[in-house]
Design a binder for this molecule. Sequence first.
Ligand code: PLP
Ligand code: MN
Length: 373
Amino acid sequence: MATSPPAEIGMRLEDIDTPALLIDLDSFERNLRRMVDSLRGLPVRLRPHAKTHKCPQIALRQIALGAVGVCCQKVSEAEALVEGGVNDVLVSNEVVGARKLDRLAALAHRAQVAVCVDDAANVDELDAAARKAGVRFDVLVEIDVGAGRCGVAPGRPALALAQRVLGRENLRFAGLQAYHGAAQHLREGSARRAAIGAAVGRVRDTVQLLADHGIGCTWVTGGGTGTYLLEAASGAYQEVQPGSYVFMDADYARNLDAPEASPRFELSLFVLTTVMSRPSVDRAVVDAGLKASSVDAGLPLVHDRPGLIYAQATDEHGILRAAPGAALPTLGEKLLLVPGHCDPTVNLYDWYVCVRAGRVEALWPITARGAVG
Ligand code: PLP
Ligand code: MN
């Protein structure tokens, strides 16, 4: 059951209860538009990744600005998105097991649903679930273009899987999922260019091999916030699927500028926290620990307070230290933190508190929060 929101519409920023997950609406809206503007004139569709925000209200805003639909990673996320009014969802991931596949098939009655595969037995399982429900899935064969996560090897293994999909009555071979996750946070633009250059080569070889066997492939999708302009400009991809650009985070902020790979997006997601203890002269304790901001990609940063360092996170507490010459905040003071990694931080909250000019303008439920199955 969702908790009640930590704020009311019209409230001043200072009065919001903490910890709370804030969206700076001006920066967020500029990020949405910057994405669309950056793709103008490039031969690709935009299908943003909803794993970042887990919120149909944001997905619908992205679609209103021109996105063709959204991606998600989990069936439960797809359910929340369709329930919230999204009618075109790509599960950019493998879905394994009859129970989940039955749910995915049920969704295909209500929305356009596509899914990825990287295994022959899973193709059969998908077909059986689709037949049972009386639907047809769009299926993308996922190839590993260098990330070393899911996906069959490019070339012959991908061809074999595409042929298997083509042989199944309740499946339609739709194209290739070719996302290079490991490239997104390579700090140097040259490293991102090299990684995506190699990925594009693997895509091209696979599309050519499919064509040599009479299989057309007009839907190649991939690309995240760190590299999507490289995929978009390659000519080998017809769709990009960036997610984090809506919010950004401390980890993405550490990427060096590489305008050919990605424009600079603004930080728009913050954790509002309160100093709850000042037990000694050299430390302040805030009420946002690792249950309020994910630490997998590094600790949060204290926003706009030079010299204040978030030094340590425990379950419910964060320890702040001050650099020489900087003053620690007083008891009860509120601070903004920039999460290390936006996606897992979002998954910790039931509500976005949307703020503009220091006031709460909207409260959006994060309906796919905790939807990890
Ligand atoms: N596509 C897939 C398959 C992903 O796993 C992710 C994120 O991990 C994305 C797209 C979006 O990447 P980002 O949030 O870096 O833009
Ligand atoms: Mn992420």
